[in-house]
Design a protein around this ligand. Sequence first.
Ligand SMILES: NC(=O)C1=CN([C@@H]2O[C@H](COP(=O)(O)OP(=O)(O)OC[C@H]3O[C@@H](n4cnc5c(N)ncnc54)[C@H](OP(=O)(O)O)[C@@H]3O)[C@@H](O)[C@H]2O)C=CC1
Ligand SMILES: CC(C)(CO)C(=O)C(=O)O
Length: 307
Amino acid sequence: MTPKILVVGAGAVGGYFGARLAASGHDVTFLVRPRRQAQLSATGLCLVSPLGDATLTPRMVTADQLTQPHDIVILSVKAYSLAAAIVDMAPAIGPQTRIIPLLNGMQHLDVLSSRFGHEAVMGGTCFIVSSLDGEGRIHQAGVTPRLVFGPLVAGQDASTMAEALRAPGFDTVPSPHIMQDMWNKWSLLASLGTLCCLMRANVGEVARLAGGTDFVHATIKECTSIAAAAGYPLADDTINGIVKRLTQPDSTLTSSMFRDLSQGAPVEAQQIIGDLVTRARMHGVATPILGLTDLNLRAYELRRDSR
Ligand SMILES: NC(=O)C1=CN([C@@H]2O[C@H](COP(=O)(O)OP(=O)(O)OC[C@H]3O[C@@H](n4cnc5c(N)ncnc54)[C@H](OP(=O)(O)O)[C@@H]3O)[C@@H](O)[C@H]2O)C=CC1
Ligand SMILES: CC(C)(CO)C(=O)C(=O)O
């Protein structure tokens, strides 16, 4: 039987992966809120992508219409929307449901497991550069996106789920070491987020500054030291890959958190940076750069909240 997939959040990430899956014939429904539902009903779900543009008519439900358990739930809301999303998606979670969260950071795993049980929650992460424009179209840029997921407890079988999550337009990667993958991604993301948000610049702009790459090296060192202290040391070639990616003088790469910050939108500061600083303190790892980024982002949030 074709697995029933629910994508919670039809934004830049969930909209991209969900649209690619739906376009290739998978049984995909999007859980949306009324404003996004109205927008998608009017325009269709539009992808603008170097891998091929697409517009489709998505199958959507709002929380009050969600009654059936689904086999796979792809959770792709921002961290600050997690609590409400958990309430809204609850009817979709049955005894056999597997949730694949694509949120950045790590805190959501405990929150989801305490609500839905450890068996329901798998590890997940994604590599994609995507954003929404003013009309709600999804713009994906850069290399082929990657969807990575894997078991956190016995009985979760990522390889049999892989077929249900394979589609042209992204790579599907079932992983036997998803916690390490999530720490690798977190180290990359926190380094990139720090680089962009502290310097208010993209990768290439910082790399071209005198002293810019020293700052990037020091930032990556802090992030990877925390991962190692937490029991997930990054392999040398993974660290070298992050260094290479974040020191390219011609790169226009930014983090999604920086793109949000540039628009004056809410940011996932606590999930991406604050939580890492907290874990560093627990392990006695010094974080002068991440600590500054944390303070910087909290000041941004304070000003934003007081507007
Ligand atoms: N964008 C990127 O390049 C990347 C982002 N990520 C991570 O992925 C996660 C999602 O980010 P992204 O897709 O960019 O965020 P977006 O803001 O683009 O999308 C989030 C979507 O979730 C929807 N949503 C929120 N709450 C609910 C709810 N209760 N029910 C239904 N829909 C809901 C929002 O809908 P509404 O319109 O109603 O507010 C919005 O469409 C984040 O943790 C981010 O850090 C990871 C890798 C790359
Ligand atoms: C690091 C990156 C670009 C990889 O997908 C990302 O996750 C983000 O910008 O949020």
